[in-house]
Design a protein around this ligand. Sequence first.
Ligand SMILES: [Zn+2]
Length: 253
Amino acid sequence: MTSTPLDIPEALVDAIRSARSIGVITGAGISVASGIAPYRGKGGVYDDPEEGDRTVEALSGPTLRNDPDRTWRALAKLALMAKDAKPNPGHQALVELEQRVDRFVLLTQNVDGLHEAAGSQNIIDIHGSMSRVYCMGCGDPAPVPDWTTLVQAPECAECHGVLRPDVVLFEEMLPEEKVRRMYEELLQDVPEAVIAVGTTAMFPYILEPIQIARSLGITTLEVNPEHTALSSIVEHHLQAGADVALPALVAAL
Ligand SMILES: [Zn+2]
């Protein structure tokens, strides 16, 4: 993404090197190099406003309840676009970062399961993961369906209830347990460094940990090729793709 060597400030390297706890917040940007299109923005799934509106409606809690087949077909479309995606060097660098510190928390907005696939341990997937499915009737976990042949909502083998993916759909609440962990691990016990990767921070719960860390004088870093709402808040901004910037940062430690 960048042809010139990335300039990583020494102060940033020192701060990350000496941090005993690190919090990382990731958005769609970290998975772009894995071939997963972001939902919004140029080339995004919702790029065409009308098509986008229909997709958002299909991927909503009310549609899942009233017309689960429609929701599942929309999910299959997203899943098929991501089916060959593998973790990239950005995901892998975060695994190494986790191994360096006493306490590490990874809050992700992504539902692609790539942090888990890379080997990250303490993940709060606040919007869930497409790699988990459960029954809306009995609550039992169920296998992920074959997306290539899916035409209707799959059924529970136990109770014949309708299955759903363990993701937060539009118009649904964030899961309480994950919200509690997010507050405890990022806002109450603020890590010694906070890094935001590939997120436009359009949700207040993504913006807040960065704002709090910055107000406490804690090292904050944004990794994003673009300028975002976070760029003026953070102390450091590495303006490059996560697959380039994160391995370079970890290598410099
Ligand atoms: Zn069931």
